[in-house]
Ligand binder design. Structure first.
Ligand code: GDP
Ligand code: MG
Length: 735
């Protein structure tokens, strides 16, 4: 070992547990040294490998990593060593990638990343014995041809294949073979080029292609870390390249895996196909014959969705009732405790507890939905559903991965929009986010139930009512398709969609723990939102409905009511006898008058002409306006405006009959009923399409930006208005 300094250097890399250390021990025997990489605690293992031709090379056992993208110390060391910055500023002469035959695809991902760093490579197909035992047949010669580097089957544990490996390495040290590299799409090439120029021109850095890729694709790459110690001026150049890539339609964090696998898959497919032809067809594949079938697959899918939706409603129902009861109970306690201060009483009991409670009621539905989503995901079915949906979605710019977010949005758009983070095609992600609020979330349900119960059911019976409810759920989805199509045509015109690539995982029995963890996480996000955005919105709406409160109103209404009653049956005002009924009626009237005088009431009257073509009087208008922060507010607002007090719900026969009896107080239709079927449908359609959800807006702003949030607010509100007016005007033709 006297010539150690001149020794050539070979590094072993691979995923954890592929047998690197076993191979290292086999090849080096006792000639090993253990230390640390300079500056970090990562263990550095080097040894001397006596090659068959007599040459001794220095062998390095690098820490196991799945990819070079993450930024753990292990990955950093691997990137630094391979790119020649780790040990004495010299890149290894060759890398042996130790690959586990059972996970060929995933293992070759790392090999492909490493090859970009420009280092010659030999692949050890390790655990060959396991493959043989399991009847896996891998055509290593074909693989070798495809990849362009030697591929040697080994069993590190039993020292078998090591002679062949040594011979391949001896040859490769001379021929320096490089693994085939993907041809990157133009935006990636452009971003890489801009990085290269920026860093060379301004900072004299000359980096390899692979290092530039790490800078571009990794949020915190090893290369960035290394450059940072030299100067901080690289950060804006890197950020600009990543931003540009994003603008060109590739999510920088997700682009690499999508593109690299797209490149690797066809290289492997043949190799693996031969393998599966020799094996019996796997269970997953025969199930897929059915589940991915053009007709049967869709049928199974629709059936499954039907069960999911049924369960969302039926399972969650009792718990929702329980929450409602508890909210009512807490409201009662708060209300009793604050009797002395009516304003606080109203703020806390009606405003805060009522408002946040109305939101929390939907938690059970969201949990049930997520139970199913995570179940379907963990079992491997969701990937198939996305695959099926991809074909149905493509024409309007969505892709298969839009499916889960949109399905989720049927419970609530907030978790739905957050779920779009898995979509790596930016444009599809943008469109998915913008149409998600059109999916009929569960907050619309109370509105539908109230109006259908009051106007459709009495006239046409429960079957039509049920069908209407079902139809209302799809009004939004129906409008969403052309809306998405139009967005697709206008946004980032001319950019080709990123092809949908999805690996179909094997079917598995889901892990209970994971399923519940997922439910917990989504529930938590939802509750946090209830505690923040909804909480704030509720207080604002409450204040607008409560103030200003003139002291004289109560006396005026009381006097007015007494004179009305006295006219009916003359009684001395002073000895007027209040019965519980008249007391109740009086307090309703007082509430209604307060509301009419409130900022929101005045605003409603002011804005009513805009909604007149949709058939709304000022009270409905107030209800609609008050529901902008959250749709379910309309129930309690209609309750208050139509003089019933706020404590009504959509099941309340009182509210239903009051609505059917409400008459226009003034204007051309004075004396006619306010509500008829066209008005009811018009309100429902408005709620189906309008962006009445402050929390959703906040999430859109967070995921995209405030411009998109504002744009979607105005677009959907305008859309809702137009549709509501159309429904009303057309409906009136039939009356
Ligand atoms: P490393 O994490 O890549 O360093 O992997 P190790 O060398 O520590 O090996 C992980 C496990 O795989 C150990 O239990 C080894 O005994 C086992 N192993 C390594 N090579 C082979 C092999 O070729 N065949 C089989 N069946 N097991 C192996
Ligand atoms: Mg090891």
């Amino acid at each position: 070992m006297s010539a150690a300094a001149a020794n050539r250097r070979i590094a072993l890399i691979g995923n954890p547990n592929t047998g690197k250390t076993s191979l290292f021990n086999t090849l080096t025997g006792m000639r090993q040294r253990v230390g640390n990489y300079s500056g970090v605690t990562v263990e550095k293992k080097t040894g001397t490998w006596q090659m068959p031709n007599g040459e001794s090379v220095e062998l390095i056992d690098l820490p196991g990593t799945y990819s070079l993208s993450a930024s753990s110390l292990d990955e950093r060391v691997a990137v630094d060593v391979i790119s020649g910055h780790g040990m004495g500023g010299k890149a290894p002469d060759l890398v042996i990638v130790v690959v586990d035959v059972e996970n060929l695809r995933r293992n070759l991902f790392l090999a492909s990343q490493a090859s970009e760093l420009g280092v010659p490579m030999v692949i050890a197909l390790n655990c060959w014995d396991v493959a043989e035992k399991k009847g896996l047949q891998i055509d290593s010669k074909l693989l070798e041809q495809r990849l362009g580097v030697p591929v040697v089957p080994t069993v590190a544990k039993r020292k078998s294949g090591t002679d062949e490996l040594a011979k391949a390495v001896e040859k490769a040290l001379l021929s320096r073979p490089i693994l085939v590299r993907p041809k990157w799409p133009e935006p990636v090439q452009k971003a890489i080029a801009s990085l290269r120029e920026g860093l060379i021109d301004q900072h004299g850095e000359s980096l390899s292609e692979g290092e530039l890729q790490r800078l571009l694709f990794d949020r915190k790459s090893a290369v960035t870390e290394r450059l940072k110690t030299a100067s901080s001026e690289h950060a804006p150049i890197i950020q600009a390249a990543r931003d540009q890539l994003y603008k060109d339609g590739f999510q920088p964090d997700a682009a690499e895996s999508t593109l690299r696998f797209r490149f690797l898959n066809p290289l492997l497919n043949d190799v693996l196909e031969r393998q599966s032809a020799m094996k019996k067809r796997s269970k997953s594949e025969s199930i897929d014959q059915l589940l991915l079938h053009k007709f049967w697959g869709l049928l199974v899918f629709v059936g499954m969705m039907y069960v999911v939706f049924q369960s969302v409603y039926t399972w969650a129902g009792p718990i929702m009732d329980l929450i409602e009861t508890m909210v009512g109970w807490v409201q009662g306690i708060a209300s009793d405790a604050l009797v002395a201060t009516p304003m606080l009483q109203s703020l806390i009991a009606d405003g805060i507890i009522g408002g946040v409670g109305a939101f929390l009621v939907f938690l059970p539905q969201i949990l049930v939905l997520f139970f199913f989503i995570s179940l379907l995901e963990a079992s491997g079915y969701m990937a198939r559903a996305a695959f099926l949906m991809d074909k149905l979605f493509q024409w309007c710019g969505l892709n298969g991965k839009s499916f889960v977010p949109l399905l989720t949005s049927f419970a609530c758009a907030i978790p739905g929009i957050m779920a779009t983070r898995t979509i790596n095609d930016n444009k599809a992600r943008l469109i998915t986010i913008l149409v998600a609020p059109l999916m009929s979330c569960s907050a619309r349900l109370p509105v539908y139930l109230l109006l259908i119960g009051a106007f459709i059911e009495p006239k046409y019976g429960p079957n039509v009512a049920g069908a209407t409810l079902f139809a209302m759920h799809f009004v939004g989805a129906f409008v969403a398709a052309p809306f998405a199509w139009a967005l697709n045509k206008t946004v980032n015109k001319g950019r080709k969609p990123v092809p949908f690539v999805m690996e179909l995982p094997h079917y598995r029995v889901p892990q209970v723990k994971l399923v519940f963890h997922r439910m917990y996480e989504s529930g938590k996000e939802f509750v946090v939102r209830a505690g923040t955005v909804i909480f704030a919105m509720t207080i604002i709406i409450w204040a607008l409905l409560y103030f200003p409160r003139s002291e004289t109103i109560e006396t005026e209404v009381r006097a007015q009511y007494m004179s009305e009653l006295s006219q009916a049956e003359p009684v001395e005002a002073t000895e007027f006898e209040w019965t519980p009924e008249t007391e109740a009626e009086l307090s309703k009237r007082i509430d209604a008058t307060y509301l009419e005088q409130s900022y929101m009431g005045r605003f409603g009257k002011l804005v009513q002409p805009i909604f007149a073509p949709a058939g709304y009087d000022w009270k409905i208008t107030v209800g609609v306006l008050a529901s902008f922060p959250a749709r379910e507010i309309i129930i309690s607002t209609l309750g208050i405006t139509y003089a019933l007090g706020g404590e009504v719900d959509e099941e309340s026969d009182d509210l239903r009959s009051t609505l059917s009896n409400a008459k226009w107080e003034s204007g051309p239709r004075k004396g006619e009923p306010v509500f008829n079927i066209p008005v009811a449908l018009s309100i429902m359609v408005f709620f189906a399409l309008c962006m009445q959800c402050g929390a959703t807006l906040a999430v859109i702003a967070k995921e995209l930006n405030w411009w998109w949030a504002a744009g979607s607010f105005f677009a959907l509100t305008a859309l809702a208005w137009v549709a509501a007016v159309m429904v009303y005007q057309v409906g009136m033709l039939f009356i």
